[in-house]
Design a binder for this molecule. Structure first.
Ligand SMILES: Cc1cc2nc3c(=O)[nH]c(=O)nc-3n(C[C@H](O)[C@H](O)[C@H](O)COP(=O)(O)OP(=O)(O)OC[C@H]3O[C@@H](n4cnc5c(N)ncnc54)[C@H](O)[C@@H]3O)c2cc1C
Length: 150
């Protein structure tokens, strides 16, 4: 997609990526990683631009998982939901609620992506609850080589 000026939530970080990609499958993510490698480009992934430090800033490729969103499945017995990394917390809350579930703890707002919240140590409150990433049971990750790791 055509490049434009991107800003984080507070406006303290501004940047113009060379290109922005919105893959709709894991295969497309893998192909993008391989393309970036062959062109000697770096990739940054963006969730909802709510982090305060320049984690998402890049002049190379920006990758958004906005098209990879939603709950994939829920194992009611084990109380484990499989969700796409681009799922925003509000959507996740609504979809879990439809099945009678919720995340055990959340932060102040619900616009973050689940991946962005997990990867920055986002936390809610309460001494009996861990940070959001303690809710992770398993992840599928696309490695810099383009290989998949569970
Ligand atoms: C108004 C406001 C209120 C907030 N309240 C709280 C709070 O109550 N508690 C708290 O702990 N924090 C809070 N935060 C911080 C916020 O939760 C974090 O900054 C969180 O990272 C934002 O998620 P995001 O989806 O916007 O991630 P981004 O800022 O877009 O990205 C964060 C990091 O995650 C990486 N990333 C994102 N998606 C992926 C992916 N799919 N794969 C690999 N890497 C990825 C990015 O590359 C980047 O390094 C708040 C922030 C704001 C602006």
């Amino acid at each position: 997609m055509k490049s434009m000026l991107w800003k984080n939530w507070s406006g303290s970080v501004k940047f113009k990526p060379n290109q922005v990609f919105y893959p709709s499958s894991i295969e497309e993510v893998v192909n993008l990683v391989k393309k970036a490698n062959s062109e000697n480009k770096k990739i940054r992934v963006v969730g909802s631009c709510h982090s305060f430090t320049p984690l998402i800033s890049t002049n190379d490729y920006l990758l958004s998982l906005d098209n990879l969103n939603g709950v994939i499945s829920i194992n009611k017995e084990e109380q484990i939901a499989e969700v796409w990394a681009g799922t925003k917390l509000e959507q996740l809350g609504n979809e879990l609620y439809e099945s009678g579930f919720s995340q055990e703890n959340l932060g102040d707002i619900n616009v973050q992506s689940i991946a962005g919240a997990f990867l920055t140590g986002t936390h809610g409150t309460g001494i009996d609850h861990g940070i959001l990433s303690t809710q992770i049971e398993e992840m599928t990750v696309v490695l810099p080589s383009g290989d998949l790791l569970d």
